[in-house]
Design a protein around this ligand. Structure first.
Ligand SMILES: [Zn+2]
Ligand SMILES: [Zn+2]
Length: 257
């Protein structure tokens, strides 16, 4: 297959070409890899940095996906420092609402929450809610946009990603829509829709075949590549599977220290 003449001049092209050769949505994969690199540098270099802690405190912690991405060998101290900074913020928030009452902090808080009418609970809820987005999600937005733009620009022409896309498992629905918005019209639009539609059609056919082979009349027929159509179906609609703690580095979860 033809390679870009100078991949350095087309940011992200070689990453995308590699990712299209792996299971799942290539854009999910490259963004996940970038998030992983971000998390590693943050964990080992920035856990005590206020520029890192303050946005995390405002976000009330990482989103579900990126929070559990922190789990890896040697990360216990870094995660503890980061999560403690979030808990400091949550405690300060609750205690601020309890201030002005009498008795123990818990009693003060109960008093504050039991105020009639415009009670303190809605205010407390408003302040406990995230005041900012997950910092990793924010950091990944320009990276994701760069990859989407590269894919949109690389669908046609010499050294294009068209054949790699054709051989791939296709984009998840969210990234297909993002790329559609980027290409807008012309040959790249036609190519993108044709490629993704064919991948959907092939997957749909394999799903029908899997369902047919589960009929008692045909259960003697061996299951082929349609056996994991369910996985590709989930991936192409909902995005990549959640990672179990330490999944990237098997065996390291128990040695988290
Ligand atoms: Zn995706
Ligand atoms: Zn996030």
């Amino acid at each position: 297959m033809a390679r870009p003449r100078d991949p350095d001049k087309i940011p992200y092209t070689s990453d995308l070409r590699d990712a299209l050769g792996w299971p799942g949505c290539a854009l999910c994969r490259v963004v996940e890899q970038a998030a992983n690199a971000y998390v590693v540098s943050m964990l080992w270099e920035m856990v005590n940095d206020p520029r890192n802690q303050e946005p995390l405190q405002a976000a009330r912690g990482y989103c579900h996906r990126h929070g559990w991405m922190l789990v890896r060998g040697g990360a216990a101290l870094g995660i503890t420092i980061l999560m403690k900074s979030v808990l400091d913020t949550l405690l300060e928030t609750v205690d601020r609402h309890a201030a002005g009452g009498s008795g123990s902090p818990l009693r003060q808080l109960r008093q504050a929450l039991n105020l009639p009418g415009k009670g303190a609970a809605p205010k407390l809820v408003a302040e406990l809610l995230p005041q900012a987005e997950c910092p990793v999600c924010i950091g990944m937005r320009p990276v994701e946009q760069g990859y989407v733009a590269t894919l949109a620009a690389g669908l046609t022409g010499p050294d294009s990603l068209e054949e790699a896309f054709r051989q791939s498992e296709g984009l998840c629905l969210s990234h297909f829509i993002r790329t559609l918005e980027q290409v807008k019209s012309g040959a790249p639009l036609n190519t993108l829709v044709a490629l993704q539609r064919q991948i959907w059609q092939n997957l749909n056919d394999e799903m029908a075949e899997f369902i047919r082979k589960n009929d008692y009349r045909f259960t003697h027929e061996p299951i082929g590549k349609e056996g994991d159509a369910w996985r590709r179906g989930l991936s192409i609609t909902s995005g990549p599977p959640p990672k179990e703690p330490g999944q990237d580095q098997p065996g390291l979860t128990s040695g988290l220290k």
